[in-house]
Write a protein that binds this ligand. Structure first.
Ligand SMILES: Cc1cc2nc3c(=O)[nH]c(=O)nc-3n(C[C@H](O)[C@H](O)[C@H](O)COP(=O)(O)O)c2cc1C
Length: 233
């Protein structure tokens, strides 16, 4: 059953009318089976750092971004922008700027403790995926919104909201058969400039997307078990 599309428009401060919400109730047995299957499929998600050049339908990426944009957000302020960077020249500039920052970071700017935490992953300042992965998404946080008269209005729980949206994006990409990397060149200010984003936006992460390369390898990580992350009181 499809719902009619209504376009969002800024209504900051106006009360919502309430509407009935009755999603179809799933039998418990089906919930159990789906949850177990999802757990297993999500456990197979890995960060991909070597991408295949095989083309990926752009609609898959756009659908994943649309999934991300269904995320809950503080006061429903939806403080996110997803930039799908298609222009090869812009991608080249992002790579150049990111590698320049990363060179300084890996040369010591991060500090020994941070570098020691990264060392087991074997990452370095060379970031070929920025130009070579079939798609590149740059996620921005909208720290505030501007009223019609130019007044700044704060957004609430921006880090949490955008973090949840990116989690949903990664899940949607993975469940659609794609690999992705959350890349956070530090600092990321250059992205606002290279991508011409407005002053209320702050870069959150760069996410190359594609199929893993045939010879893709990932660190042999161990995840915490449910017992180690779950506290029942
Ligand atoms: C907020 C965040 C920032 C990250 N930044 C980077 C990064 O800049 N470069 C990189 O290679 N991996 C980055 N990663 C990926 C992590 O290293 C990876 O998720 C972690 O090692 C666990 O591996 P897995 O995703 O395969 O489970 C980042 C992940 C997160 C959540």
């Amino acid at each position: 059953m499809s719902t009619p599309t209504r376009n969002w428009a800024p209504t900051h401060g106006d009360p919502y009318r309430s509407v009935p919400y009755h999603p179809e109730r799933m039998p418990a047995g089906e919930s159990l089976a789906r949850a177990a299957e999802l757990r297993e499929r999500m456990d197979r998600r890995r960060t991909v750092r070597q991408f295949s050049p095989d083309p990926v339908p752009e609609q898959v990426v756009k659908d994943a971004i649309a999934c991300a944009a269904t995320a809950p957000s503080g006061a429903h302020q939806q403080p996110w922008t997803f930039v799908l960077v298609k222009d090869p020249e812009v991608r080249r500039r992002i790579r150049e700027a990111a590698e320049a920052e990363e060179r300084l970071s890996y040369a010591g700017r991060l500090g020994e403790e941070w570098l020691a935490a990264l060392r087991p992953l074997g990452t370095d300042e060379i970031k070929p995926h920025l130009t070579e992965a079939p798609h590149l998404i740059v996620v921005f946080q909208q720290r505030y919104w501007l009223g019609a008269d130019g007044t700044k209005h704060k957004h609430y729980y921006v880090d949490e909201s955008v973090g949840i949206a990116v989690g949903m994006l990664l899940s949607a990409l993975h469940l659609s058969g794609l690999g992705a990397l959350v890349h956070t060149p530090s600092p990321m200010r250059f992205l606002q400039e290279v991508l011409g984003r407005p002053a209320n936006e702050k870069a959150f992460a760069v996410i190359p997307v594609g199929y893993p390369a045939k010879d893709c390898r990932v660190p042999d990580l161990v995840r915490k078990t449910l017992d180690q992350v779950l506290v029942e009181i």
